[in-house]
Design a protein around this ligand. Structure first.
Ligand code: SF4
Length: 355
């Protein structure tokens, strides 16, 4: 529940709204991150009794924590129906720790380089299941790693395909009496669902990342089939209009580099043209291979060359080398494959020798 809903619910059970605020702070605000009524010290006894009879505090059950050699933690959670989701906590030595949350079990987008995409979509997460990942990250690691400062929606799923629950979850995360993440430190990443993207920009002040990964419709139609519905021109024109006229903040373009597919000098030059007029930063990401993947990572020196071409043209560009990949906690590596897999798409003729 968002705070206003909680307040109404508390009042409907005969208690004052001040009790709702105290509860809200115990759940999210004052370092308790309560998971049961026993952890709600200081609350009125009758109120606690009502809560223990009518409320449930936890949406997730901790299943396992895996630690990669670089300190990245992958947390596995069970949902009530037995499905498993994954959340990643990424410490950074500049006083920033990021929690990467999932928004769905699996994903319908079927991006060809992504392990989660191979699972297909199993279900949307509720707002409670989304928020709880950040709460758990703070409970588990605040003492050990330091404050969790940033949230990125880059775990399992396409957040804008579950936009209602994601917007609600984010509203809870940024509430200044609660978890109090800064709007600018919560980033929603999308593969490019254009109508939902417009809605997101209208309804939220949070940061936006767009997974671009190609400079032609030919390649993007293949590796990100959502492009067949909302092509590059439509996606980028939407960003140009919406961001420039209304928001005036920078979108982060993510570009996973796949050897021989999207990493040529021509791609770098086309990318410069594509993002012209859009306030943006570009993250070049090294591909994390996973079992069954047909793609290979671009060598580091080629990534640097690609980066330099963009930088010389005045783009703000970063190289992001892999984090957590020895524990399957890296970008595009989350999930567990079931019996039915999303289809592998036909490789365009000119790439058949590459993958
Ligand atoms: S990259 Fe993101 S949108 Fe694409 S299949 Fe993977 S989880 Fe879904």
């Amino acid at each position: 529940m968002e705070f206003a809903e909680l307040e109404r619910w508390v009042q409907s059970h005969g208690f004052r709204s001040g009790q709702a605020l105290m509860l809200w702070k115990r759940l999210y605000g004052d370092g308790v991150w309560a998971h049961c009524s026993d952890e709600l010290e200081g609350l009125n006894k009758d109120f606690l009794k009502m809560l223990s009879e009518n409320a449930k505090f936890k949406a997730l059950t901790l299943k396992d924590i895996l630690t990669a050699s670089d300190g990245t933690r992958k947390i596995l959670f069970n949902l009530e129906d037995g499905s498993v989701i994954e959340t990643v906590v990424i410490p950074c030595n500049r006083g920033r720790t990021t929690v990467c949350v999932s928004s769905q079990v699996g994903c319908a987008m079927n991006c060809q380089f992504c392990y989660t995409g191979r699972m297909g979509l199993k279900k949307n997460l509720s707002a409670a299941e989304i928020v709880e990942q950040a709460v758990f990250a703070r409970r588990l690691f605040s003492n050990d790693i330091g404050p969790i400062t940033n949230v990125v929606f880059m775990g399992m799923g396409e957040p804008l395909h579950n936009i209602h629950n994601v917007i609600k979850g984010v509203a809870i995360m940024v509430d200044d009496q609660g978890l109090h993440f800064s709007h600018r430190k919560v980033t929603i990443s999308t593969s490019g669902l254009v109508p939902q993207l417009k809605r997101f920009l209208r309804e939220s002040n949070c940061a936006l990342a767009v997974s671009l990964n190609a400079t032609t419709d030919e390649v993007r139609n293949w590796i990100m089939p959502i492009n067949r519905k909302y092509n590059l021109e439509l996606l980028l024109q939407t960003l140009r209009e919406e961001l420039f006229s209304k928001h005036r903040y920078k979108v982060l373009f993510e570009y996973v580099m796949l050897a021989g597919v999207n990493d040529s000098i021509e791609d770098a030059k086309r990318l410069i043209g594509l993002v012209r007029g859009i306030p943006c930063k570009i993250n070049l990401i090294s591909f994390n291979p996973h079992s069954g993947s047909r793609f290979r990572p671009t060598p580091e020196e080629k990534m640097i060359e690609f980066r330099n071409i963009l930088a010389e043209a005045g783009c703000v560009v970063f190289l992001r080398l892999s984090r957590g990949d020895d524990r399957m906690a890296a970008c595009g590596q989350l999930g567990e494959l079931g019996d039915t897999l999303a289809p592998v798409l036909r490789v365009p003729a000119r790439f058949q020798t590459v993958v």
